[in-house]
Design a protein around this ligand. Structure first.
Ligand SMILES: Cc1cc2nc3c(=O)[nH]c(=O)nc-3n(C[C@H](O)[C@H](O)[C@H](O)COP(=O)(O)OP(=O)(O)OC[C@H]3O[C@@H](n4cnc5c(N)ncnc54)[C@H](O)[C@@H]3O)c2cc1C
Length: 556
């Protein structure tokens, strides 16, 4: 087994991981920084998929207080107030620095100022963008800078477990897919930025290598997670059975520009659910679509119709070139006809509990981006996700650089993690992990999805328990290099752990709030304005509650 030493180990190469590596190195260029990522460097994760843009206060007519209020209202006041405040206050600095440091370009208006548009849930047009390629621009420019600074980059190299001793983190066990041979990395500080778990549901818009690894790693290491029941669904995922575009997001802008949703009876149904029709927030539109489909008024492939043809062919071509292209690829012409859409799993608001400098409960472990919880409360506003990953990635990098020198390195024995990861090789004739993974994602989608109730969730919890036991019997054969079945076995182990957290927390929260909707407790209950926590204690998943973190009176 190969062994490596590094001052700072960053896990993940989305907005959070890249910013962490960049700011650590710029704070102290003498530090040794290693970045390991499960996908390809610069080409993986959801930051690259960002189309809508980045929320930031730039106009003198806007204010960070207003952005804060929008964020809290969107999050139904479940957000950690200090984290939400930090997000809105740091974002203008970060957007400016991303340009200065990395040359990230955002679109400009005719006067040369950054162009800002509006997304749902905002009271001011504050979203900067790079057309519909915002994420590619951010990740490409940041990746260039991280590479240029001599960072050691390990791509297609997943973190399997954190190395923990006496509640402190000292690095991670990595598994490069290309060789299948483990690497134990000793680090003074580890930054977890593996980007959430949206694909634990069978219909998802997110990049598929993400299956909740970060949450599962942090949980096994003993960290506290919070708000795991808060899974966000985007209302308009493309319905394209058998195509890789199934579940991919049809941008919110189509509804914002006047797109209409219809059921199979040609009724523009959203008016029944919300007076703002298609312009209601993501959670409300997702539920409207879900109820129509569940009532048997769906399209042939189980969605609803989204139509923008009444805007005119020219407007569709000008406003939505990317979406037009995507629809052509599945044989539909957005200019002339409606397309089938349905809710798609998009984002996880929950995650590892952190403070504003990204500290988890575990010394040595910083967490940033979608792996962390608390910033968005019960619902994330479009445009606040990439702001979160870059604002907190930057903070993690600064913090890591400032504390790495104070921390010692420690050699922690990786053998338990390695034997757990190798266990599928010890069996023959076991089940295929890919099939288990698909079954798991279906359970999550049908029983813990857009609309939840106690009966379905209890069934899900039993099903997940049974899946957990079956995972202990999967077997893998062949070479260890590029063994997709083995990788899948590691994925499903983590995904089921995360699914259990989500389902259990969703069952405990007996109200509807933001993205979490229960048909058996369909209104918001003020007594539930508190966060649910989950952690591993004595081998069991333990659940708790905590008061929402509010700002000290003097800071308000
Ligand atoms: C289709 C889509 C569109 C979106 N559009 C917007 C938008 O317009 N505006 C907005 O604000 N937000 C948007 N979001 C949300 C936004 O993408 C996320 O909030 C943000 O990018 C998350 O950044 P991150 O760095 O935490 O994770 P990611 O960017 O997802 O990066 C995660 C990284 O971790 C790696 N990784 C995963 N597991 C492991 C492991 N075990 N070991 C090592 N590495 C690992 C992955 O390969 C990847 O490199 C969108 C999301 C989606 C899915």
């Amino acid at each position: 087994m190969e062994e490596l030493e590094t001052d700072i180990l960053v896990l993940g190469s989305g907005g959070a991981g890249l910013m962490a590596a960049l700011y650590a190195l710029d704070t102290n260029p003498k530090l040794n920084v290693t970045l390991a990522t499960k996908g390809l460097f610069g080409k993986s994760g959801c930051t690259r998929m960002v189309q809508g843009g980045y929320n930031v206060v730039l106009s003198p007519n806007d204010s960070t207080e207003r952005h804060f209020q929008d964020t809290m209202l969107g999050g139904h006041w479940l957000n950690n107030h200090i984290l939400a405040r930090t997000l809105v206050e740091d974002a203008p600095v970060v957007v400016h620095e991303m340009w200065e440091k990395a040359g990230v370009r955002f679109a400009r208006d005719k006067d040369g100022n950054l162009h800002q548009k509006g997304l749902a849930g905002q009271t001011f047009d504050r979203t900067v963008h790079h057309g519909d390629l915002t994420g590619i621009e951010i990740v490409s420019r940041l990746s260039e800078q991280v590479r240029a600074r001599g960072t050691r980059i390990l791509e297609e190299c997943r973190a399997v477990d954190l190395l923990v001793e006496d509640g402190e983190v000292f690095g991670a066990v990595l598994l490069p897919a290309r060789t299948g041979e483990f690497i134990a990395v000793r680090a003074k500080i580890t930054v977890l930025a593996t980007g959430g778990s949206a694909p634990i549901f069978s219909v998802s818009s997110a990049s598929l290598e993400k299956c909740g690894d970060g949450y599962a790693l942090a949980y096994r290491a003993g960290a506290t997670l919070m708000d795991m029941e808060m899974s966000q669904f985007h209302p308009t995922g493309l319905v394209a059975p058998g195509s890789r575009f199934n579940g991919s997001v049809i941008a919110e802008e189509l509804r914002a520009a006047g797109g209409h949703l219809y059921n199979s009876e040609n009724e523009r149904f959203m008016g029944k659910y919300n007076p703002r029709f298609e312009k209601a927030t993501r959670d409300e539109v997702s539920r409207g679509c879900y109820f129509e489909i569940a009532a048997g008024r769906g399209t042939p492939n189980g969605g609803v119709w989204l139509d923008v043809s009444h805007l005119g062919a020219k407007a569709v071509e000008e406003l939505f070139p990317g979406m037009l292209e995507r629809c052509f690829l599945i044989g539909r012409d957005l200019r002339k006809e409606p397309i089938e859409v349905c809710p798609t799993s998009h984002f996880e608001m929950g995650g590892v509990r952190i403070d504003r400098d990204c500290h988890s409960d575990l010394p040595g472990l910083l967490v940033a981006g979608e792996d962390s919880g608390g910033v968005h409360g019960a619902n994330r506003l479009g445009g606040n996700g990439v702001a979160d990953s870059t604002v907190y990635g930057r903070r993690a990098g600064l913090r890591a650089a400032n504390t790495a020198l104070e921390r010692r390195m420690k050699k922690v024995d990786p053998s338990r993690s390695i034997s757990a990861a190798l266990s599928p090789w010890e069996r023959t004739g076991g089940e295929q992990p890919q099939a288990l993974h698909a079954e798991f994602r279906d359970v999550m989608w049908t029983k813990v999805g857009v609309v939840r109730d106690a009966t379905a969730m209890s069934e899900a919890i039993d099903a997940l328990q049974a899946l957990q036991q079956r995972i202990d019997h999967v077997s893998v054969t062949g070479s260890r290099a590029y063994n997709l079945t083995w990788q899948s076995a590691l994925d499903v182990r983590n995904a089921v752990t995360v699914g259990q957290m989500v389902a259990q927390c969703a069952l405990i929260r007996q109200e509807s709030r933001g993205a979490h909707y229960r048909s058996d407790f369909s209104s918001e209950d003020p007594s539930w304005t508190k966060n649910l926590t989950v952690r591993l204690e004595s081998g069991q998943m333990r659940f708790g509650e905590q008061e929402v973190v509010r700002e000290p009176a003097a800071a308000r």
